[in-house]
Design a protein around this ligand. Structure first.
Ligand code: SAM
Length: 309
């Protein structure tokens, strides 16, 4: 079965009385080289981690299974979470040849990730293996899914993933891969950078999907680092524990970007007294008229620490 052939995908959907659902962001891949490249990039990131344990992957939104098959050929275990009940019997047929794949019918936004990961991958992780996340994400919830993958775990420890490799809108990919001072830099970018590095891996044009989306896409790799303990080693001298400091930093980032045309002092003055903010900026050697868009994730950690002393 060729799950990347437009006519085959249409035939399969017809057979199960289905059509692509806009509400679920269903744009299926119809160029076989794209899922292959996504899976290869994902697996290469997992395989480059130290250790020789088994490798597992969580896929979000398998659709008709085009990416799932490629992942199943590389990874030891694939667990795929699909919201669309209608696709479950279809996936039973399209993935019948793979005994290392489990499909779970659920909305990823309602999944309790720490419990789910322990249940589905606890054995692999205790055997020294890795867990990755890989998806051609539904575009209507790209950022919420990415933030959920990250924010479900405490700030004080590295995230439990070798890497998160996802296809998303090109515009969002550019935003997430941007840095302080870039025009695309914003609160999701800065908050994500507290936990991981983001690398743009591939550009994918709209013609590779059925139906074709209105926007171009890109694949990014989100590679967890040591979190705020790595980017702000001075956390050890803070009266706040790393989790609280992390939460205060994320909150500060949110305030700074909620009104991005304002200076940092004015943007966060609803929460902290202006004279304290000015004093802290001076103590940190930063300009008092600086805007949030110029502050790096580490700068936000420094400021959150000093503002909460
Ligand atoms: N992986 C397939 C591919 O690459 O051809 C399909 C990708 S399609 C862009 C997005 C998939 O995510 C669809 O199968 C859709 O039903 C599923 N989906 C949408 N929202 C979801 C959610 N909240 N939880 C889990 N799956 C979801």
């Amino acid at each position: 079965m060729d799950l990347c052939n437009r006519s085959e995908v249409k035939r399969l959907l017809d057979k199960y009385g289905l059509a692509p659902k806009k509400a679920f962001g269903q744009n299926f891949l119809i160029n076989p080289s794209v899922p292959r490249m996504i899976a290869e990039n994902s697996y290469a990131l997992a395989a480059s981690t130290p250790g020789d344990g088994p490798h597992a992957v969580l896929e979000i939104g398998p659709g008709v299974g085009a990416l799932t098959c490629r992942l199943a050929e590389m990874y030891d275990r694939v667990v795929a979470v699909e919201i669309d009940r209608g696709l479950i019997p279809l996936l039973g047929e399209s993935l019948a040849d793979y005994d290392n794949v489990e499909v779970v019918e659920s909305d990823i936004m309602n999944v309790d990730l720490p419990t789910f990961i322990e249940e589905k991958f606890g054995d692999i992780l205790s055997a020294g293996g890795t867990l990755s996340v890989c998806a051609n994400l539904p575009y209507y919830i790209t950022s919420p899914v990415i933030m959920k993958l990250v924010e479900s775990f405490p700030m004080s420890a590295p995230l439990p993933y070798a890497a998160i490799t996802v296809m998303i809108q090109l515009e969002v990919a550019d935003r997430l891969a941007s840095e302080a001072g870039d025009s695309e830099y914003g609160s999701v970018t800065a908050s994500l950078a507290l936990r991981a590095d983001v690398e743009k891996l591939l550009n994918v044009s709209a013609g590779n999907f059925h139906p074709a989306p209105k926007v171009a896409s890109a694949v990014i790799g989100i590679i967890p680092h040591g979190g705020i303990c790595q980017i702000y080693p001075e956390y050890k001298t803070s009266p706040l524990d790393p989790d609280t400091l992390g939460k205060k930093t994320v909150e500060l980032i949110g305030l700074a970007f909620a009104q991005r045309r304002k200076t940092f002092v004015n943007a966060v003055s609803a929460k902290y007294p202006k004279d304290k903010i000015t004093e802290v900026l001076e103590a940190a050697g930063m300009r008092v008229d600086i805007r949030g868009e110029r502050l790096s994730p580490r700068d936000f950690c420094i400021l959150a620490d000093l503002l909460n002393r």
